[in-house]
Structures are given as C-alpha cells and as structure tokens.
Design a binder for this molecule. Sequence first.
Ligand code: UGA
Length: 446
Amino acid sequence: MIGTGYVGLVTGACFAEIGHDVICTDNDKSKIDTLEAGGLPIYEPGLEKVIEKARKQKKICFSANPADTIDGCEAIFICVGTPPLPSGDADLSAIDHVARVIASEAKSPKLVVEKSTVPARTGQELKRALTTYSRKTNVAFRVASNPEFLREGTAVGDFLHPDRVVVGVEDDTTEKQLREIYAPVLDRKFNCPIHSGSCPNGADPAWVVTTINSAELIKHASNSFLAMKISYANMVADLAERLGGDIGEIVRAMGLDPRIGPSFLSAGLGFGGFCFPKDLQAFVHLAERSGVDFTMLKEAEKINKHRIDRAFDKLREALWVVRGKRVGVLGLAFKPNTDDIRFAPAIDLVNRLLTEGMVVRAYDPEAMDRARVVLPHIEYAKTPYEAAEEAEALVIATEWDEFRKLDWDRVHEAMARPLVLDGRNLLSPRDMKTRGFEYRSFGRSD
Ligand code: UGA
C-alpha cells in the first residue's frame, strides 16, 4: 500500500485480515512513526482491532522506506491523496511522484493498482509514466484501476461486505490476479471482525470487470450521483417546508421505489467530507475539458453551498438579532463516527456564525482536536450539556447517535433560550415541542 490515509489503512488492514501479507508506506514519516508505535493517525471504528490483530500475526507492517514496500510485492496499491487544485481539477502530482518511486525501486514486473480516486484516463497516464521512468531498468508494469466505495465511519464493514468490487483491467492475467486477491471477500470466506459470526445475509458481492477508463468513471459517477441525490432531497425539503409537507414522509415513500432507493435522501445541512465536494468538482472539470456540459452537477454543488445560508436564515429568523448572542454547536465532523472535518458543513456553519458576530461553543465526540486547528477562536465544551449552557440557540450539525440520546430536559434547563436548530433532522419535532423547545429543522412543519 502506498499512502496511509484512511483508504490505504483500511484497505491494507482488510487485505491482512483476509490473509494477505501487507506492507504500507507513506512519505509522511510521522504517520509511519505513529503506526509503528501502535497508534492510528485516524479515527475509524473497528480499524484499530483489525490492525492490532494483523500486527500480532505479522501480516502487516509499516515502513517509511518505499524500497521495502515496492520490491518485495507482487501488487502495489496506490492510495495517495488527490486533493482539489484551485481550479477544481484533481491534483495528480502525488500519483506522478509515486509512479517515479515505483519505477525506480522495482526490480521485477509489478501490478500497479490505482485505489485513489482519479479522473478517467489517469490509468493511461500512469502506465506511460511508469514506462518512461523505468526506461533504464526496463521492468514491465501492468496497471489496473480498483476504485473504492468505502464510507468513513463504516469503512471496515464496507470493505469486507461490498455490494461490488470493480476492477478496470487491460488483460486476463491482471483480472485473475485481482480476483485471487479479493477471493475471500467475493466468496465470503473470512472470519468477520465486525459481526463476529453473524454477518448480514444478502447477495454475494458482484465482481465487475471493466476497462480502466470505465472503472475510473464509475467512481466519479457514483459519488456525483449520490451528491446529486442529497441536493435533490434538500430542494424537495425546501419546497415541503413552504407548502406544508414533511420531507421525512416524502423520502420514505420515494425510497420504497427500488428505482429510487431509500438512501442519500436525508435533508439538512448538506454533504461534506473529502470525497463528494472534490469529486463533484473534479467530475465537472473533466466533463468541461471533454466538451460535455454537465451543468446539473454544478447545480447540485450550488444547492449544497446554500444549505449554510438556509441554516443561518432559520437562526436569524428565530433570534431576530444574532450579533453577540451565544450559540452551542453539536457536531463538527462532516458526518458521525469519524473525526474528519474536511469540507464539513459544520465548520462552514461555525465560520458563518462567527462572521455574523455570534459567540460559539462547540462539542464533538471525536473531532475537536482537529477542529481546534482550523477554528482556534471558539470555545470547546467537554460535554454536549456544557455546549448548551447559557446558549440562546443550539445547532445540531452532525448526526452523532450520542445527540439523539441526550437528556433533552437537562439541555432545556441549561439553555438561556430553548431554541434548537436541528441541521440533520435527528429529533422528533413533536417530542421537542412537548419538552418546551422552540424547534426548527429542515423540510418539516416545525
Ligand atoms: C463517500 C461515498 O459514500 C463512498 O462510497 C466513497 O467511497 C467515499 O465517499 C469516497 O469517495 O472515498 P463518505 O465521504 O465517507 O463516502 O461519506 P458519505 O456517507 O457518503 O456522506 C457524505 C456526506 O453526505 C456527509 O457529509 C453526510 O452527512 C452527507 N449526507 C449523506 C447527507 O447530507 N444526506 C444523506 O442522505 C447522506
């Protein structure tokens, strides 16, 4: 594995779990030091246990020296970041750098697999780069694309129980090699560390073999479609709010149609994270450069940005004057069960509240250490109740289960004014009203 971000670590740990010998490298030595010392640079439920077991069984190891990783391996998975450039295009410099390192360290033929999310045709460029950089050694490389569909927070389970494993290949040997690597997952022959013997039933994962270009497009097209679904639900929520409908009732009925499906229709503050916003932008740019006008994706992005305005308008409407008022914020991560705050709607919202002169005290079960770096000037609470203390409004920005289960009477008692803006439609309007709250949410007749 090259790259020990969440994709590299989850993929490496799960490959070790299903029986492979894995070595992970990263050019960020501090990450390797943390991993070698038994720590984890990210928070991901279930991952620690899997890595610990693999480490004890000597199925996984970490090295800052790429030479250790590259020459002893038959297959090399590239899991480096492809962050957005100011233009919105994906920055592929890490992929190019890794191609150079692989080409200079490899002494025998290798299969090089793109796991990082990349625009279509990157595989072709990668192959060209490997060939160019290895012109003195003449080592042969095969290239494949194997996009990942892991969700942060449930990534280990997603890896071991996927709906599909997609491989973009150029020849049968590569397909066979990848099929062997994934065989325990495809044939469901492993001891699941997540469900301890009671894994959910369901269809076996589909093994989808495509061209490299198609595999790359499948990843961007899937993420962009899901992002579009969320923006669609958010627009329907706005309409339902004006016309007196209930978005929960609407999407529940919509989702019962198998052509639509129930997921990714939750309205509220919108989507964030390091995948949807950047993949959507990269896909739009790819389309533009290819002469295809994908305006509908731009709309999905615009709608998503406006969610913060919608949330703020709701607060202002309730509070009248906002400047100088204290607001508690529950949740900073871009979604629950992660400490990841990259492109988190919660962070955008806090910045907006600060710009409007509000005094913010925030709480998140896992993301506060990371948040302190980007939001050094707000107060951080040790508990959700402390965030609510003397606040004139409390905003739920991430749907952590912990918030659902709060003692809301205690929160009511702690607040200066019992106003709750539920940015994730986590709570029941009726229950909150019964408890005496002024309660606002999205797409529901509060
Ligand atoms: C997403 C995809 O779901 C994964 O399949 C993909 O592998 C991954 O990106 C990636 O490209 O690496 P992830 O970013 O972990 O996974 O998070 P999601 O669960 O997809 O949620 C993304 C955002 O959408 C979150 O901010 C979430 O709160 C928001 N969301 C999700 C909604 O606002 N409404 C919904 O109905 C669902």
